[in-house]
Design a protein around this ligand. Structure first.
Ligand SMILES: Cc1ncc(COP(=O)(O)O)c(C=O)c1O
Length: 368
């Protein structure tokens, strides 16, 4: 019997040829393929002013840097995320302030954001948990009222849609991840969508040491002519990664539809199952369905039962605020605490067939 894993790495069949061409060209670093990848993120998915970088974490860090988050600033974020979301705040010497989540979907709670705002608050990072968009209208309204910057951590949400607008078109900065097990991989990689084109231009230089490759032209001496004014980083994506990304973008929407089909099966098959409480998703937005999560009773038994039937079920990311690096002071987050005790995720990805999904549902239905 085959093992049904929780994640997969998707490589489009055309990727081998495309990456091969770049390797043969010997132009491996940032260049034409990166531009082509960015322009497809924009034309195919509607992402505004995309800037490709070498990970989701560097996307978040660069966004915070360009947003001017510094020492003394507070940044509100959910604890239900991967550590990267919080670590980048520390990298800027700012203070992470952990807000509660909605028990029903794992996204940051709008009410909790309001309670966490102080005179020092500079930004809100919201994470679209599992690919399901946060309450963006409310978050953007709070940001407007208190003059805060909004940074979306859309590591799980490539292709998600909020009220007919794609994630990557709504707020100041939206950060994507193209790490190995994400919807689209470039090996490792990421991108920032910028609402403001001038911020994009800043990012363009900052992702490569602070040097603008277009204006820092080569002199007769052979060296580029530049005088770096602000701190930059080596965060650019390279061309062979971008060519993998370009290949993986092919038929991406069909792949999203496949995920949706599996989700519909799970929703129908698992509703009203004793010991399970499904997440409650609103119909005004479309999840990218990177994860399929819900709440379960007797979680360890559930995991063991599925494992005995060759199915991996897993807790995905435990609250991050309890990591010592964040200061060891964990706020009382009522929904987060409840969420932690019962959240579980079952496999959803390109290799999950309709038969697999039905088998998983039937296995769960036999109890644990
Ligand atoms: C919510 C979230 N944010 C950020 C990241 C960081 O992305 P990357 O691994 O591409 O640096 C991840 C990675 O899995 C993530 O799950």
């Amino acid at each position: 019997m085959k093992n049904i894993s929780i994640y997969n790495t998707f490589i489009h069949p055309t990727a081998f040829q495309k990456v091969n061409e770049v390797l043969h060209s010997t132009f491996l670093s940032e260049g034409k393929k990166v531009q082509e990848f960015e322009s497809q993120l924009s034309s195919y998915l509607g992402i505004i002013n995309p800037l490709a970088v070498n990970s989701g974490t560097t996307a978040l860090h660069l966004a915070l840097d360009i947003a001017g988050i510094n020492e003394g600033d507070e940044v509100i974020l959910p604890s239900q995320t991967f550590v990267a979301t919080g670590l980048v705040i520390l990298q800027q010497k700012a203070t992470p302030v952990f807000a509660d989540i909605n028990y029903d979907d794992g996204n940051i709670s709008v009410e909790s954001i309001k309670q966490k705002i102080t005179a020092k608050t500079k930004a809100i990072i919201c994470v679209h948990w599992g690919g399901y968009p946060c309450d963006m209208d409310e978050i953007l309204a709070i940001a407007k009222e208190f003059n805060l910057i909004v940074i979306e951590d859309a590591a799980h949400a490539l292709g998600a849609v909020y009220k007919n607008n794609c994630i990557g078109s709504l707020s100041d900065y939206t950060c994507f991840s193209f790490q190995a097990i994400k919807h689209i991989t470039t090996g490792d990689g990421g991108a920032i969508a910028f609402k403001d084109k001038s911020k994009h231009n800043e990012g363009y230089a900052k992702r490569w040491f602070g040097i603008n490759r277009d204006t820092a032209t080569q002199t007769e001496l052979g060296e580029r002519n530049y005088n770096i004014e602000t701190l930059g980083y080596k965060y650019h994506l390279n061309d062979y990664s971008a060519s993998l990304g370009i290949a993986n973008l092919l038929e991406f929407k069909e792949r999203l539809s496949h995920r949706e089909q599996i989700v519909n099966l799970y929703n129908k098959g698992l509703e009203n199952t004793n010991g399970i409480k499904l997440f409650n998703y609103k119909t005004d937005r479309q999840s990218a369905n990177w994860l399929y999560g819900f709440h379960v009773e007797n979680r360890l038994n559930f995991i063991k039962k599925l494992k005995s039937q060759n199915i991996t079920a897993s807790v995905i990311h435990q609250r991050i605020d309890r990591n010592k690096v964040f200061g060891g002071i964990t706020p009382h987050l009522i929904n987060q605490e409840k969420f932690d005790l019962s959240q579980i995720h079952i496999p959803i990805h390109d290799n999950i067939t309709i038969d697999d999904a039905n088998y998983i549902i039937e296995t769960i239905k036999t109890g644990w």
